[in-house]
Design a protein around this ligand. Sequence first.
Ligand code: PEP
Length: 248
Amino acid sequence: MAKLRQLVAGNWKMNGTAASLAEIDAVMAGIGNARCDVAICPPATLIAQAVWKSKGSALMIGGQDCHPKASGAHTGDVSAEMIADAGGKLVIVGHSERRADHGEGDALVRAKAEAGWRAGLLVVLCIGETEAQRKSGETNAVLSGQLAGSVPDGATAQNLVVAYEPVWAIGTGLTASSDDIAAAHAHIRARLAERFGDGAKAIRILYGGSVKPGNAAEILGLDDVDGALVGGASLKAADFLAIVAAAV
Ligand code: PEP
């Protein structure tokens, strides 16, 4: 099958102040001829300004998380509707840092994904195994379980992107081997096809975990890798643009 149009999405995590918006300017200036879709998910405080800056450009801005509800007494939380209202086009849910730091389980991630859809956002749903799970041969079972538990019914290529992010490769400088990435992506593709049929062939599956300019071309060239979710290397426009340029 022909390659899907790839998506390279940056996750700034809890990094970035108004001064960092200069990186958005630089990314916008560099993606004129990009072969892929490009997105940046800055912290919630910068979404509206980043959207304002990127008006008229192909760069999509998104959130890093959302609450399942549209509004209410949930101090400190941001809803999917608020992200959409600020001009965001996508939202990350189920990131392993949220699963670990905030004890988020599959049922909550599923509710957040549904909230993203309710608000009209593209949902980037993260799954991935820990180092201990990989070492004990549980990777496929973990991925199957997370997909079954956290992806809502009704997933399509228009509303869902799955990000395979081995937890042990996030922010550590360690990258999964090409064989391991290809095997995990094939497994995810097969599970999506079982549940969503032929339409699942067009659901993009991103790899995330220490993607850098130096390894992006190899990773993005693998079968069933339809883009990258990039943390640390998305903070500097030059590094991020080098990854965007490696898209196939
Ligand atoms: C991430 O946060 O989704 C991620 C992949 O981080 P890093 O690229 O820094 O490993």
